[in-house]
Design a protein around this ligand. Structure first.
Ligand SMILES: Nc1ncnc2c1ncn2[C@@H]1O[C@H](COP(=O)(O)OP(=O)(O)OP(=O)(O)O)[C@@H](O)[C@H]1O
Ligand SMILES: [Mg+2]
Length: 512
């Protein structure tokens, strides 16, 4: 007899439907599998056979042939076990007719017949819902993320025996219930902890407002890491749709705990400088998302930028440009979203003390140059704001005055972002943040008055600004004007924008 059950496989963040067909025939014992199955899927035979034996179904006197369709999609992972076992039960005549119809089954079986949790259940269910699937059975340990998907009747199962009872109509599988959303407790890192560093705080606010990537340069202990950690708290809260996407990516990476509900916080990822290219942009078996995708809708922080492998930094160029990572596989192209704010930090030289005014820097000019040349030019090209942080003044550390807190700054950031969104909604521009404005859009929304144009031309000549740097100054000036609530880009906006391009101004070269 032939029976079929619905399952799915993930390619990147995309779920592809897979129909699991099982034909049971009289004959010598045989368990064959066809349909482009990778290693872990083929091993499924061993697990399914043993799990079936646990519910009293011994396949010793029949031949089972499993077909995973469509045959041209490569199937990976262990998530087909449940569908294969269910279809086998159907093919062996152990289930009522239509018991499997219309239901998606995903889950791995142990030899004992228990159902094991999987990575990527949320992405699987979102994909299934988009295809019109209305009922699904998933591992009980994945209940929290599965319950986030509205519009699908999601049931959870702990063992094959439990599934068999339910499919025979003798019991009901429990509905996946949603854990309470974690209280949006105030972020532990607040901007009011940062003393002094007015330029750094301002740069952070501008970066958050316009979606501009940021590089902070300063001596050890100036507060670079401290400031970077506070950037997610300056961004507007995630919408439900964004939060679902973020949670789905973290689920595919296997980073969700069993009780994890919706990720409401903007991600903050700070990979160590020894991170590999695959670790940073994704790939490997599965493939799995890299740090750029784990930072999607949040912040990717590269601390000690000069220490990162050049190849890893070069690999960042494509995702930074496109907002998405494409990983080529033999059969299909896996994609993961990667829209993030990049924040980098570095010391001005190898010892870290160059230009701190105390003269304790021991680096020779050659050593300083060697340290700087480690930075990848193409990566620097994708960073709009460069700012130098001075050492923190002791009076700022000791004084009673605390700076503004994150909530106050976030209010201005949200306002500036709303202005940019409205421009996009009115179709004046095609991008929702100033950082990604196309040159044609920029000409329209960052028109300079005569004085502003003169100031920018003088800067171009004096600093030998490239055409790309010119565009970046204009984009920054647009953001600064938006923060001020000004429709026109005025000379003082341009002046501040030029000030945020430290590397163009050669300020560091002068210090060397
Ligand atoms: N502006 C500041 N206000 C208050 N505390 C600060 C400030 N800057 C630094 N500190 C204190 O110094 C510690 C180290 O700061 P942080 O790690 O941010 O420095 P850094 O610039 O990243 O240094 P490094 O170059 O060594 O990585 C912080 O944990 C904090 O206690
Ligand atoms: Mg640091």
């Amino acid at each position: 007899m032939l029976a079929a059950a619905l399952s799915a496989t993930l390619v990147g963040l995309e779920a592809h439907p897979v129909r699991v067909e099982v034909e049971a025939m009289r004959g010598p014992p045989l368990f064959e599998m066809v349909g482009l199955a990778e290693g872990a899927v083929r091993e499924s035979r061993v697990r399914v056979k043993s799990a079936l034996a646990q519910v009293g179904v011994h396949i010793t006197e029949c031949a089972l042939v499993v077909n995973l369709a469509p045959a041209d999609v490569r199937k990976s992972g262990s998530g087909f076990d449940l569908a294969i076992a269910a279809a086998a039960l159907g093919a062996l005549g152990a289930l009522p007719r239509d018991a499997l119809a219309g239901t998606l089954f995903i889950g791995e079986l142990s030899l004992e017949g228990t159902v094991q949790p999987l990575r990527g259940v949320l992405a699987q269910l979102l994909g299934a819902r988009a295809r019109g699937v209305r009922r699904a059975v998933v591992p009980r340990a994945n209940a929290a993320e599965a319950a986030l998907v509205e519009g699908v009747d999601v049931r959870t199962v702990g063992s094959l025996g439990e599934l068999l009872e339910a499919l025979r109509g003798r019991s009901e599988l429990p509905v996946a219930t949603r854990p309470r959303d974690p209280k949006p407790n105030a972020p532990a890192d607040d901007l009011s902890d940062v003393r002094g560093q007015a330029a750094g705080r301002r740069a952070l606010e501008i970066a958050a407002s316009g979606g501009h990537n940021l590089l902070m340069i300063g001596p050890p202990g100036a507060g670079k890491t401290m400031l970077a950690r506070r950037l997610p708290g300056l961004l507007p809260p995630l919408s439900t749709e964004e939060a679902l996407e973020v949670t789905a990516i973290h689920s595919v990476a296997g980073l969700l705990s069993a009780s994890h509900g919706l990720s409401r916080r903007r991600p903050f990822r700070a990979p160590h400088h020894t991170v590999s290219e695959v670790g940073l942009v994704g790939g490997g078996d599965g493939p799995r998302p890299g740090e750029v995708s784990l930072a999607h809708q949040g912040v990717l922080f590269l601390d000690e930028l000069a220490e990162f492998r050049r190849s890893a930094l070069e690999a960042l160029r494509q995702p930074l440009e496109d907002g998405v990572v494409a990983i080529s596989r033999a059969q299909a192209k896996a994609t993961f979203p990667a829209r993030l704010l990049l924040v980098c930090a570095m010391n001005p030289c190898a010892c870290g003390w160059l230009g701190d005014g105390t003269g304790r820097c021991a680096c020779s000019p050659e050593r300083v140059r060697a340290y700087r040349t480690k930075l990848s030019g193409p990566l620097l090209d994708r960073i709009d704001v460069h700012v130098v942080l001075p050492p923190v003044e002791v009076t700022a550390l000791q004084g009673p005055a605390r700076g503004e807190d994150s909530a106050a700054v976030r209010a201005r950031v949200e306002w500036a972002r709303a202005v940019q969104r409205h421009r996009a909604e009115r179709r004046e521009v095609s991008a929702t943040t100033n950082a990604s404005l196309a040159p044609r859009d920029l000409e329209r929304v960052a028109v300079l008055c005569a004085a502003g144009a003169r100031m920018l031309s003088a800067a171009v000549e004096r600093l030998a600004l490239s055409a790309r740097a010119y565009g970046k100054v204009l984009r920054l000036a647009r953001t600064i004007a938006d923060l001020e609530g000004s429709t026109a880009v005025r000379p003082h906006h341009v002046a501040e924008a030029i000030g945020l391009r430290v590397l163009d101004r050669g300020a560091l070269a002068a210090a060397a």
